[in-house]
Design a protein around this ligand. Structure first.
Ligand code: SF4
Length: 207
């Protein structure tokens, strides 16, 4: 059996050779935003707040009412940051897809308003290293039973189907997303690409 060479990646992906993933939205109904409670960095929160009038007309009626009454974040925190609110079982910004994504895409950058935890999904950062990994069932204690994180769900190499997310992660490594602030991963140290990723953290569920 012959193996095709992996595409050259702009970031370190620990399980690049084995991870599979294929986003089937809208067939899945956007399951990854159900009960979506991603943490929001200070810069992300400020940007969403400043652009809220663009998003409100596109939201579900109850989600819009909730945001207008109580705001889009709650007192609950994850990784030190407040989490997005949920309405009718879905992230307040979900309405037949992510409204933050759709408005951003229309303006030319689909990730400019989304929390980075959503924009990189299912990539996650390895702790204490400068690398990333693709979330897969049981990998680094992955507890979320979301069907598309099952490595047997798709035969598609994740590095092939997630090129946009990988390019976005490369923007982190280049320090271009520092405006988000808070726990945004720092750019890697010089020479990091030659080092092997070490022990990873236990991941928190994105949502
Ligand atoms: S911000 Fe968008 S991508 Fe993230 S959970 Fe909410 S609807 Fe989903």
């Amino acid at each position: 059996m012959t193996h095709k060479p992996l595409p050259t990646l702009p970031i370190l992906v620990e399980n690049a050779a084995t991870a599979t993933f294929d986003c089937v939205y809208p067939t899945c109904g956007g399951s990854c935003c159900k009960q979506g409670r991603p943490p929001v960095e200070p810069g992300e929160r400020a940007r969403i707040e400043a652009n809220l009038p663009k998003f409100l007309p596109h939201l579900r009626a109850k989600a819009r009412a909730l945001i207008e009454a109580r705001g889009f974040v709650t007192r609950r925190k994850k990784q030190g940051n407040p989490m997005l609110a949920v309405s009718e079982g879905w992230c307040v910004f979900e309405n037949q897809g992510c409204v933050l994504h759709k408005v951003g895409a229309k303006e030319g950058d689909r990730f400019q308003y989304k929390p980075w935890a959503c924009a990189t999904f299912p990539l996650d950062r390895l702790e204490k290293t400068d690398g990333w990994y693709v979330r897969q069932w049981k990998r680094h204690g992955e507890a979320w039973d979301l069907f598309c994180l099952n490595p047997k769900e798709s035969k598609q190499p994740a590095v092939k189907t997630m090129q946009g997310e990988i390019e976005f992660a490369a923007r982190f490594d280049a320090g271009e997303e520092a405006w988000r602030g808070g726990s945004v991963p720092k750019p890697p140290r010089k020479g990091a690409a030659k080092r092997k990723p070490a022990q990873a953290k236990k991941p928190a569920a994105r949502k």
